[in-house]
Design a protein around this ligand. Structure first.
Ligand SMILES: O=C(O)C(=O)C[C@]1(C(=O)O)C=C[C@@H](O)C=C1
Length: 116
């Protein structure tokens, strides 16, 4: 195994540079994920208002099944673990359903529905 230290306990500058370069890329990706999630939640908030207004149930299991099937296939072709993709989608959808329920409760309790 190669060592990443230079004998004085410091990390080799070349390794430090490579790590910094990779972390810059990770930071950019994390920022993109946050922005994409923010856009997704803006859209699902509108869905929540629409469902509350028309007395539709917060969850739609048939739609979720189609989304999971689609995302698993996309993950496979992108060489991402499909089980992870499914878990991630379920995690997001659970939060969306919580928001929908809150919006519906607010609508029932009078007044105009609010977000979160
Ligand atoms: O498409 C809907 O009906 C939504 O409410 C959005 C969404 C999602 O986050 O993708 C959330 C809850 C439903 O069970 C299905 C999908």
């Amino acid at each position: 195994m190669t060592t990443s230290t230079n004998g004085t306990g410091d990390v080799d500058p070349a390794v430090r540079e490579e790590l910094a370069r990779l972390r810059d890329s990770i930071d950019n990706i994390d920022a993109a994920v946050v922005h994409m999630l923010a856009e997704r939640f803006k859209a699902t908030q509108q869905v929540g208002f629409l469902k509350a207004t028309h007395r539709l149930p917060p969850a739609d299991p048939a739609r979720e099944a189609r989304q999971i099937e689609r995302l698993r296939a996309l993950a496979e072709s992108a060489k991402l673990d499909p089980a992870f993709a499914e878990k991630f989608l379920n995690f997001i959808i659970a939060e969306v359903i919580r928001h929908h329920e809150r919006i519906a409760e607010d609508a029932v309790n009078g007044g105009s529905p609010t977000a979160n």
